[in-house]
Design a protein around this ligand. Structure first.
Ligand code: SF4
Length: 485
């Protein structure tokens, strides 16, 4: 690699200032490389910097980021075919075959290399090797067409991420509640996950491992974001309660130093039940809401996904959070190949009867199970085929046939539901959800009622009669960017 600029691009991270730029940029800069980054969700595509770059890294921690990242890579290839192009992050690993194999317009694969796991170390090693005229495929943790590496799974001594060159916090998602509208910072106290839910994109990369970030580093990162205007912090750990002692230490220190700063975090239902004693304290320390993957009202679907909870557990989780006065934003995998229409109706009824309509962004009611290449869903068939409804799925031979062919360019398997009505319903609900997302004045109750009418039309039954509360409660605490994958 000729001496030249090192450019990292982030594409989209749910409205957060991207740590996927801040951390690797800091590591590269501390090693003496004058790296720079751009967040394409906020900033214009940097044509001049791309032309001058010898190395371009594209961060793809989620499906949407990969879709945008592939478009960015094609532009990079056109503008600067000589630059080494590396995709890094979860979805780079899952889609390595596509990224390294498919030719783009310039006749080369989209990527020269792919890195995943605790990627900062192999990314630095790759840049160092290329700068010394070395071979990318010889760098441990780096996958190329010539050689497949592994996700890098060693704990790193991560520095405090330097955010100075990133777009200002006020350009990202804000926290909104009760007249409070403040910039939201974003930190990670851990990466990876202890659990192995079969649909989760983290599992094929981390395989049930997680790595904590030192509390002092997290707190220093919080401090710099509060100084930059953050009044709320999102803990982006895949599951905040994988290491409860670690995060309680951080939350206590955060509250002691910034008692006015609120925070949100994500944790699984199993943890809500098992670690119920921590929620009152987290609430006292400033937790404003919790995101939790409730996923489904079907025990069969929950078992297929190996979520570690049952439908009955959802009410227990709700009770625990209500007792702690901690609002929940439940997330759902509303459509899977196993979800029946009755399951979907049960989910809607549960949300409505628990008073959670304003807590569930409409996009959640339309989400389809994503099955990326390498998904744990594609392995270990187990005996679940034997239990399935054979009248619906009579020709099932393997999970692959259930999930349909791999559509590499769409980064996943194009599964169709055995009952075509469910796919049509999903498309209709997605249209309603998109319209709601495009309309800031959309009433969540009306949107929910529209979804419910669609579902009952498919069922051939009248939708239940209900009315929104005469005096709806104040909207629940939320971020201005909804969670999805
Ligand atoms: S608990 Fe959450 S982050 Fe962890 S494997 Fe399950 S879905 Fe993924």
């Amino acid at each position: 690699m000729n001496a030249g600029r090192i450019l990292l691009l982030a594409c989209y991270e749910l409205g957060h200032q991207p740590l996927s730029l801040a951390w690797p940029l800091t590591v590269l800069q501390e090693a003496g490389f004058p790296a720079e980054g751009r967040d394409l969700s906020i900033e214009a595509f940097p044509e001049e910097a791309v032309v001058q770059a010898s190395f371009v890294g594209i961060a793809v921690p989620m499906h949407t980021a990969l879709r945008l990242g592939v478009e960015a890579a094609a532009r990079v290839r056109t503008l600067n075919p000589q630059a080494h192009l590396c995709f890094y992050g979860l979805y780079a690993w899952l889609n390595a075959d596509y990224l390294l194999g498919d030719d783009d317009l310039a006749g080369r694969p989209l990527a020269d290399s792919v890195i995943a796991g605790e990627y900062e170390a192999p990314l630095l090693a790759l840049v160092q090797a290329l700068a010394a005229g070395g071979d990318a495929s010889a760098v441990p943790g780096v996958t190329t067409l010539a050689g497949r590496g592994h996700p890098h799974l060693e704990r790193l001594a991560l520095p405090m991420p330097n955010r100075a060159a990133l777009p200002a916090l006020d350009q990202y998602a804000h926290f909104v509640h009760g007249g409070r509208h403040v910039a939201a910072g974003y930190v990670e106290a851990s990466r990876g996950c202890l659990h192995t839910c079969r649909h989760c994109p983290i599992v094929p990369v981390y395989g049930g491992r997680f790595f904590v970030v030192p509390a002092e580093t997290v707190l220093a990162d919080i401090r710099q974001q509060v100084a930059a205007g953050a009044g709320h912090i999102t803990f982006g750990d895949p599951d905040f309660l994988n290491g409860p002692g670690h995060v309680l230490k951080i939350a206590r220190a955060l509250h002691a130093e910034f008692p006015e700063v609120t925070f949100d975090f994500t944790t699984k239902v199993e943890h809500i039940l098992e670690k119920r004693h921590v929620f009152p304290e987290l609430r006292r320390l400033g937790a404003a809401f919790v995101v939790s993957a409730f996923e489904s009202l079907s025990d069969e679907v929950l078992a297929r996904l190996e979520k570690g909870h049952t439908a009955a557990d959802l009410d227990l989780a709700l009770e625990i959070l209500e007792a702690a006065d901690l609002p929940v934003q439940p997330t759902w995998v509303a459509f899977t190949p196993w979800t029946t229409l009755d399951d979907y109706l049960a989910m809607l009824a549960w949300i409505r009867t628990r008073g959670l309509i304003p807590h569930v962004p409409a996009v959640q009611l339309a989400l389809r199970l994503l099955v990326p290449p390498g998904s744990a869903l594609l392995t270990e068939i187990g005996d679940w085929r034997l239990e399935m409804n054979q009248s619906l799925i009579s020709n099932l031979q393997s999970p692959i046939s259930l999930f349909g062919p791999l559509e590499s360019a769409n980064f996943g398997y194009a599964w169709r539901h055995p009952d075509a009505c469910m796919d049509q319903l999903q498309e209709q609900v997605a249209t309603v959800a998109q319209a709601a997302a495009n309309n800031p004045q959309a009433d969540p109750y009306q949107t929910f009622a529209a979804v419910e009418r669609l579902a009952y039309q498919v069922a051939g039954r009248p939708a239940p009669a209900w009315s929104p509360p005469a005096r709806p409660a104040a909207p629940p605490p939320r971020l201005t960017e909804d969670w999805f994958c």
